[in-house]
Design a protein around this ligand. Sequence first.
Ligand code: NAD
Ligand code: MG
Length: 390
Amino acid sequence: MVVNQKHIAILGSTGSIGTQTLEVISLHPNQFKVAVLTAQSNATLLIQQALEFLPSHVVIGDESQYSQVKEALAHLPIEVHAGAKSLEYVVCLDEVDVVLTALVGYAGLLPTVRAIEAKKPIALANKETLVVAGALIMPLAAKMGVPILPVDSEHSAIFQCLMGESHNPIEKVILTASGGPFRSWKREQLAKVTREQALKHPNWTMGAKITIDSASLMNKGLEVIEAAWLFQVNANQIDVVVHPQSIVHSLVQFQDGSIKAQLGLPDMKLPIQFALAYPNRLEVDFPRFNFAAYPNLTFEEPDLATFRNLGLAFKALDKGGNMPCILNAANEIAVAAFLEDKIGFLEMSDLISETMERGTFLANPTLEDYVQSDQLSRELATQWVVNNSK
Ligand code: NAD
Ligand code: MG
C-alpha cells in the first residue's frame, strides 16, 4: 500500500462521470485507490471494473443481479452488496476518505447525507442532491466540517476563481451554458424534436438524463440552484450566459467589478481530478487549449421564452422550501417520459410547471419531508403523463 493515498468511493462508477473518474484514478495510482464501486444495473461493467480496481466493497443497485456479481467476484476479497440501502452503508466505511457522487438524480440524496454524517468529504457530481435539499445538506456539511467539492465543470470553475478570495464578497456568479443542440431553435421546431436529436450534445458526452436536461436548459436551471447553495448567493446574484464553445467554464464578478474566469478545453476529467486532488493540481498531459484554434469565443443571452425550464428553476430557487425538490422530481419524470416517447420535448416544461403549481409547498422541510415530497411530486407528474400521453 502507498502511504497517503486517498481511498475513493465512487457512487455510479459505470456512468459517464464514474468511468472518467476511474480514468483519472488510473493516471495517478500513487495518489488514489478505489475503495468502493457502485452501479444500478450494469453488472457486467461493474464486475469488469471491480476485477481491474480491486475495491473492498461493491454495490449493485438492482437486487436481481446480486448473485451474478457475487459469483464473478467470489475468488477475491471483495464484499458484494445489493439494493439502494447498501449505498448508505458503504459510504460510511472507515477506509473511505472521499465519496464521489456520480450517480444520477434524487437517488444521490440519502447516501450523501449519510456520508456527510460520517464526516466523509464529498466530491459532488450529483447536482440533484443540492437541488433537492441544499438547505439541509449545506448546514449539515458545515456542522460536520465536511467539504463539498464541486465536480460540475461550471461550479469547479467558480470554486477555482474563488480560491484566495474568501474575504471578498461575491457580487455575482456567471454560469456559462453551451446552449445544447437546439440553441437558437424556436418553439415550432422544438415541438417536433425526437429523442435521438435531443441525445446529441455538441460538446460533451454524458448520461442520457443530463443530456436531455442540457437540451432543455434544465441542466443550467439545476446548476443555478446548485450554485446558490455551494456559493451562498441568491437568485439575483446568478446570471446565465450562453457560450457555445464551452471554453470559459464559468465566472465570478467581485464588488469592484472585476471578473475572474476559468478556461480550458471541455473535458470532465479536469474538474474530477481537481475535486479529488484538492487543493493540489496534478500534472497530466491532456490536450491544452490553443487560442489560435478558437478565434471566436462568443456569448449571448439565453432564450427564456423558448426554454422555459431555466425560468422555472429560477422560480423554484426564489420560492425556496421544497419547491426545488418538486421541480427536480417532476423533471425526472418528464425526462423519463420524453425518453420513452410518451410526451413531447416542450411538454416537459408544461408537466414541471403544473406539478410545481399542484404540489404542497413546505417552507422548512425536514429530511423526511423531502423524501415524501419527492414521492408525491413523482405521483403527480406520473399522473400528468398518463393524462397527456401522445
Ligand atoms: P450516467 O447515467 O452516465 O451514470 C449514472 C450512474 O449512476 C451509473 O453508474 C448508474 O448505474 C448509476 N445509477 C443510475 N440510477 C441509479 C439509482 N437509482 N441508484 C443508484 N445508482 C444509480 O450519468 P452521468 O452523466 O455520469 O451523470 C451523473 C451525475 O453527474 C448526474 O447528477 C449529472 O447531472 C452529473 N454531471 C454529469 C456530467 C457529465 O459530463 N456526465 C457533468 C456534470 C455533472
Ligand atoms: Mg455542468
